[in-house]
Design a protein around this ligand. Structure first.
Ligand code: NI
Length: 141
């Protein structure tokens, strides 16, 4: 078994603000991500799959098919949006990188069309200093 990671990019804006906290507390928790009028990030999404190497092709994943799947399910949903308003699951919860990673994992899992390889790991890089790693444990067998 091997793990293969494909990296994707999307650009989107958000604002992190909890209505039930003070302005000072929001600023302390979220820093620039609390800017009143929002701001953008160039996100890097890593999708890691795990599976056996196909003996005839020598690869563990059909890159073209995986790319098409991730673009359709994720990139088309997030790219050039205001996440707080445009990405439905993130209207009700803070558009943090943690929650973005969780939403991406659930969407990919729900629509995952292959038995092999399985979805193994999600990585969301919001900035060089803020990187979320999420292990996928509820994989189908
Ligand atoms: Ni931010």
């Amino acid at each position: 078994m091997v793990r293969v990671t494909r990296n994707y990019r999307f650009s989107a804006s958000h604002r992190l603000h909890l209505a039930n906290r003070s302005d000072e507390e929001n600023q302390r928790l979220f820093g620039k991500c609390n800017n009143p009028h929002g701001h953008g990030h160039n996100y890097v999404l890593g999708v890691t799959v795990e599976g056996p190497i196909d003996a005839s092709t020598g690869v563990a994943v059909d890159q073209g098919k995986l790319d098409e799947f991730v673009y359709r399910e994720i990139i088309a949903l997030f790219d050039h949006t205001y996440i707080n308003m445009d990405v439905e699951p993130l209207r009700e919860v803070p558009a943090t990188a943690e929650n973005i990673a969780f939403v991406i994992e659930r969407r990919l899992q729900a629509a995952w069309p292959w038995t092999q390889p399985r979805l193994a790991h999600i990585r969301v890089e919001e900035t060089k200093r803020n990187v979320i790693e999420l292990d996928v444990i509820n994989f189908h067998v």
